[in-house]
Design a protein around this ligand. Sequence first.
Ligand code: COD
Ligand code: ATP
Length: 210
Amino acid sequence: MAKITSRPATRSKHIGLTGGIGSGKSTLGAMLRDLGAALIDADHLARSVTASGGSAIGAIRQSFGAEFIDASGALDRTRMRELVFGDATAKARLEKIVHPLVSAATWAAAAAAEQSGRRVIVFDIPLLVESRRWPSQLDGVIVVDCRVETQVERVQQRSGLAPDSVRSIIAAQASREAKRAAADWVVYNDGLSLLDLQTKACELAQQFGL
Ligand SMILES: CC(C)(COP(=O)(O)OP(=O)(O)OC[C@H]1O[C@@H](n2cnc3c(N)ncnc32)[C@H](O)[C@@H]1O)[C@@H](O)C(=O)NCCC(=O)NCCS
Ligand SMILES: Nc1ncnc2c1ncn2[C@@H]1O[C@H](COP(=O)(O)OP(=O)(O)OP(=O)(O)O)[C@@H](O)[C@H]1O
């Protein structure tokens, strides 16, 4: 199958969805999917190329060493997290391996959604604002925003990561201000119940013609 490396000719709406770690973008993405959008999740694709047998594993082993691959043949995520969020050069080296694979998988999934007649495709991309290519390839961008304290709390609750580790990940991402400046729609997901967030999802879905 030919590799798809950029946006195919399209008639559906392509909406980017981004936000810092723990902001709630995957939660909003799932709500938009339930309202009829096709959802493409870059984190999910990145996890699949770094799972056992994934297409990034050979290059990661070669570049970082066998100690970054666990006994099942998958990326050792804890070890890699501890390395890259304190070492910008190592992070760039990892991204150079993973991002092109995620990008190709993203466009392949978008083409499939397009072919099956989906009118709205939501691209959940954590590093959308940091990327030079993504913004120009989308029809609009939703930014989910919340206070850093809320991000730290949510991620700690979700995965047990220590507050300092969460803060080091936040420090490696674009600032809240930079993200908001790139937004066509800002969803402020702080002090909101999940029901309130669902209401915001319904309003967006209506604007997208879902
Ligand atoms: C470093 C890794 C192994 C840590 O794995 P872990 O299971 O702890 O986290 P997970 O992949 O679920 O990501 C959680 C969140 O961390 C943040 N994050 C992940 N990678 C990056 C990055 N390169 N730069 C900044 N933030 C990142 C995002 O907010 C993401 O939603 C993993 O995140 C990874 O392989 N990152 C490189 C690939 C990448 O850039 N993914 C982002 C989407 S393409
Ligand atoms: N309004 C809300 N009320 C209660 N819990 C929420 C709300 N928004 C998000 N959460 C919870 O916060 C956690 C983080 O949300 P989510 O996974 O959607 O964030 P994310 O931005 O996708 O994070 P990541 O970058 O790590 O993928 C989840 O456990 C989610 O259920």
